[in-house]
Design a binder for this molecule. Structure first.
Ligand SMILES: [Fe+2]
Length: 350
């Protein structure tokens, strides 16, 4: 299968490609993707070029994979056109809809579809969200999980986790190229020292001018995240938290106390900002502006080799060994074609 929407990745001159980074109305300038050696053990992102194979994967032909991509892209297109999540999402055999809810306090939420299955002890759901409130950002995600969201109880029930993954693969059958493909599974097994278990599948359809602000995905009990690019292209600033802190110190010539900076960085994640007191909030928004809106700082990270351009078939491993030993990351949409990615939490099967 030829990868769809391949954008600007051939480089006949041998020089690194240059990418203009635009997100949510901001132009963060042009950066180069400079290859660097990285290691999971150092909490560094690991880029695996072309590891998602489009043909020959277990139970998946090239035609099946293409149909799987198109099915998922149609769900996102339907949502952008105002379609109902319940009408758009295919369910695996034996799954049934229990209801639909919308959290009116969350301006980014479109709808949550509640689903029951004999395979899952707990209620499953898929939640559709915009990624930002920016009027020219059509980026969407579908998160598949189970249980009570407020209790964060999604780590401790392998049967429900497997059913949530089956639900995600019904919406995006091409996801099996990741979860059952030899390449990704072997790459994770080497790093985890055990067979990987996949958790919390999230399908992303990034749109031009969209992406995600700097954040981390550390959750106790989860070893990291794998993001697989299935269609289109995304650009990632991905860097270990302690290295990112070093760049903040060098760039600002302040924050001499590393422990205070590492703690303050968590407040700079967008979801946490509103919870802090006034001075912590001011510090957090200064840091968030530096991380997400500063051209010179963005260029600095890219020049140090922390910018990665993903095209269809590539995967990025984002380790998270501990609160401060974790790959922070920020995402940009590259190009304007159809865009689809699958993110999966990973834990070791014990
Ligand atoms: Fe993330």
């Amino acid at each position: 299968m030829s990868p769809p929407s391949l954008i600007g990745n051939s480089c006949p001159s041998g020089r690194p490609h240059r990418y203009r980074l635009r997100r949510r109305g901001l132009d963060l300038g042009v950066v180069e993707a400079i290859a660097r050696e990285t290691a999971w053990e150092r909490s560094e992102p690991v880029l695996l070029r072309g590891i998602v194979r489009w043909a020959g994967a277990a139970g998946s032909s090239a035609a099946h994979a293409r149909a799987g991509l198109e099915r998922a892209l149609a769900v996102f297109d339907g949502l952008r056109s105002g379609g109902e999540l319940a009408d758009l999402c295919p369910l695996p055999r034996g799954f049934r809809v229990a209801g639909v809810s919308v959290c009116t306090e969350d301006v980014l939420e479109l709808a949550k579809l509640h689903v029951l299955s004999a395979r899952a002890p707990r209620e499953l759901y898929v939640k559709a969200n915009w990624l930002s409130t920016h009027p020219r950002d059509g980026s969407l995600r579908l998160r598949f999980s189970y249980g009570a969201e407020v209790l964060d109880d999604w780590l401790d029930d392998p049967a429900s986790a497997r059913a949530a993954l089956a639900f995600a693969e019904a919406v995006c059958p091409a996801g099996r190229l990741v979860t059952h493909g030899r390449g990704v599974v072997a790459a994770l097994r080497r790093r985890l020292g055990a067979r990987p278990r996949f958790l919390q599948p999230i399908l992303y359809s990034n749109a031009p001018n969209g992406g995600a602000l700097f954040h981390h995905d550390f959750v106790p009990g989860q070893a990291g995240v794998v993001f697989a690019q299935l269609a289109g292209s995304t650009g990632w600033l991905a860097v270990p938290k302690r290295v990112l802190a070093g760049h903040i110190q060098a760039h600002t010539r302040s924050w001499r106390d590393l422990d205070r900076l590492l703690a303050a960085m968590d407040g700079a994640e967008e979801e946490d900002e509103a919870k802090a007191n006034r001075s912590a909030r001011a510090r957090a928004s200064r840091l968030a502006r530096l991380l997400n809106e500063d051209r010179v700082f963005t260029r600095r990270l890219a020049d140090d080799g922390w910018f990665f351009a993903l095209r269809p078939g590539d995967a990025l491993l984002l380790p998270s060994q501990a609160e401060h030993d974790v790959a922070w990351h920020s995402v940009f949409t590259l190009g304007d074609g159809a865009n689809l990615g699958l993110s999966l939490g990973v834990a070791a099967c014990r």
